[in-house]
Design a protein around this ligand. Structure first.
Ligand code: BG6
Length: 256
């Protein structure tokens, strides 16, 4: 039975790579919508992928969310004598649970991996005015340079509706999510089903363009409820490694 399950997952991985156009897909068994423990498996697969991407000098930029929090939970020492490991927060703070914020995850990952870290001490969502003054602030400027120069980016993907609510977006934006058919959200960008960006939160953190220059991009998202978001996000997404679960994979592949 176990052997069959494993070959089934491998099969799904190959199909997902084709359908989504990602360079690599990893599928863990189960559906994280149904069993919280599956999120830890996603986290562990993410840690393994980070390990695989390591070089002599590493700048690892991380975002927030409960899936990345699970990856931080599953992190273990990665540091070898010849490796320089620096974790940086790719996002500022959101008014959400502290354990799911990029800064918390970044510090925890670094500590468990035995690396160093730099945090981004700004709110995630900024007015034009604050944006322009904060970006000049030397301590913030330094962290941003590290984020832009990341050798590995690790981020989550969410459903547009869920994330709009979590970000306390107003009525007006919630309506736009419906009228413009936004289905996916990643690092403050909202995407419709064709992968077109319909909205972007003003932030000094990680930008869409940064992903195209980074050496390795790891996206971690699972659960049947995120299938549509994952599919939409990769329509125009950067080359990435996708770590997902059976729940999401089955739902995505059902139409193919
Ligand atoms: C974060 C991303 O990493 O994860 C968000 O920055 C994304 O854009 C979120 O939507 C998903 O959160 P969760 O809790 O579903 O893992």
């Amino acid at each position: 039975k176990v052997m069959k399950d494993i070959s089934g997952l491998k099969d799904m991985e190959k199909k997902l790579e084709d359908v989504l156009g990602v360079s690599k897909a990893v599928v863990v068994s189960g559906d994280s919508d149904q069993y919280a423990l599956v999120k830890n498996e996603l986290g562990l697969a993410c840690v393994r992928e980070i390990e695989r991407c390591l070089g002599a000098k590493n700048i690892i930029a991380v975002t927030g969310g409960s899936t990345l929090a699970a990856a931080a939970e599953m992190m273990h020492p990665l540091k070898k004598a010849h490796q320089d490991l620096l974790f940086v927060s790719a996002r500022g703070g959101l008014g959400v649970k502290v354990e799911n914020q990029a800064n918390t995850i970044c510090a925890k990952m670094a500590e468990k991996a035995e690396g160093r870290y730099h945090l981004l001490h700004v709110p995630d969502q900024l007015s034009d005015e604050s944006y322009h003054s904060l970006i000049e602030e030397p301590s913030i400027h330094r962290v941003l340079q590290l984020v832009h120069g990341a050798t590995i980016v690790v981020h989550g993907i969410g459903s547009a509706k869920t994330m709009a609510i979590r970000r306390h977006s107003g009525e007006e934006f919630l309506k736009r999510v419906d009228t413009e058919h936004a289905v996916a959200e990643a690092f403050g960008y909202f995407f419709d089903r064709t992968g077109r960006v319909i909205h972007k939160v003003q932030t000094i953190g990680l930008q869409w363009e940064d992903l195209f220059g980074a050496r390795a991009v790891i996206a971690v998202a699972g659960g049947k409820s995120k299938a549509e978001a994952i599919e939409a996000y990769f329509k125009k997404g950067p080359d990435s490694v996708l770590i997902t679960d059976e729940g999401a994979a089955q739902e995505i592949l059902k139409n193919f």
